[in-house]
Design a protein around this ligand. Sequence first.
Ligand code: FAD
Length: 481
Amino acid sequence: MALKTGKQYLESVADLKLEAHMLGRKSGDLGEHGLVQPSQKAVAFTFDAAHDPATRDLFCVESSLCKAEINRFTHLHQSAEDLVNKVKMQRYCGAGTACCFQRCVGLDAANAIYSTTFECDQKHGTDYHQRFKDYWSWIQQNDLVVDGAMTDPKGDRGKRPKDQVDPDLFLRVKERRPGGVVISGAKLHQTGMLNSHEILVMPTLTMRPGEEAWAVCCAVPTNAEGVRYIYGRQASDTRKLEADPLDVGNPFGGQEVMTVFEDVFVPDERVFLDGEVDFSGTLVERFASYHRQSYGGCKVGVGDALIGATALIAQMNGVAGASHIKDKIVEMIHLNETIFSCGIACSATGEATAAGNYLVNLLLANVCKLNVTRFPYELARLATDVAGGLLGTMPSAADLNDPVAGPYIKKYLAANPDFPVVDRMKVLRLIENLVAGAGAVGYLIESMHGAGPPTAQRIMIGRQADLEQKVARVKNMLGLV
Ligand SMILES: Cc1cc2nc3c(=O)[nH]c(=O)nc-3n(C[C@H](O)[C@H](O)[C@H](O)COP(=O)(O)OP(=O)(O)OC[C@H]3O[C@@H](n4cnc5c(N)ncnc54)[C@H](O)[C@@H]3O)c2cc1C
């Protein structure tokens, strides 16, 4: 079954019987939980799009491993065109859900691990690449969702893993047993973890000699023994538990989970790096760059939704014709398309790795993500400006439904008579969700920190820009020595 529908995906994730600590209680039946449902709905969107005649061609692709037709969310990119199509697909999902749809991080991890294991085997005579191919072919054929787990808690940022007060502050191999390793530690901020079937664990930074225990990459089922989950809070998240959905703003949503690995056994066939410190940096750099490319699609899609909502609220408020409003919306479009241009550019100029899959242009992927740490904030500022103060002060859906308060709300929140008051409230709530509510986790905080904070991109840009060549060219042009 290479192409699941959204419904089949939801059933398959329910079968995992995952449990999580949420708001002080241990919860099962997560698909029934109001906090989780919007995030599962967003992942299901990526499955249904593979069956929709309008988007099938973009979402379906032939696997390089098993030759079956698969969802592009599990594809190993075989060309620059594949990289471009990935970004277009992500934009489509972002625009359709207005949130983080959670499925990119595993895709980015897989493509990074594929090429890194190939090169590691060449140098060290290991057999990680074949193991990974077998594993990933199984993922493709079963159309599974994979969480990409890179970020360790990291403890004192000024200290190396081995110098932390607790060695588990960076996930590590704690013990070796016949046939596998035992890992211990945690991964924070894990996107879509409880909506995933599998976890790809990766090191969080370039390890050095002496730090072999922390240079580990492996796959773990989300329902493996010893893996524990603590649900992350989002602003206004308990609105999702209220009876009337109006105040939630967006029927879709993201999910981040603190994930603890308490002495989890991983069999050898699921281990893809084990102590080869010289390849930890390659893996981190490639994963991060693919993920920085991803933001050139997904955040643009969410930006499309914010721009659409802003243009609509301007009509509803009766200001759509004002020149400064039109100009602010053009500015939003300009910023959003600038991010998209970077996403497309780093894809179109991607190149084949030694393993055969395609890697993005590292310089342009980092430029893309650095813009993402800024532009969505400016889009959010402009949307807040255009929407008006009701964004932060509007009465609740419960009061709208109240026999006494409701008529006042309908009377005094009336604006352009072409639009019902309740529709105006819905659009305001969507904008609120994206700039200050649960959706701002995906649109703003993730834009800043997801795939690494801005300094990480600046370091990569400095490394990749070939400054020496630029200096040499100027010297040559001026005839200097
Ligand atoms: C919504 C969201 C979703 C995410 N999803 C995932 C996911 O699915 N998988 C995953 O693996 N990760 C995920 N992340 C994690 C993300 O990659 C990290 O948040 C990011 O790398 C920053 O790490 P941090 O949060 O530990 O912040 P820190 O590393 O503490 O950074 C905070 C600040 O300190 C600075 N800093 C850090 N260390 C040093 C140092 N040694 N010296 C000087 N300055 C330093 C940074 O530059 C930054 O300005 C997600 C994050 C968010 C917010």
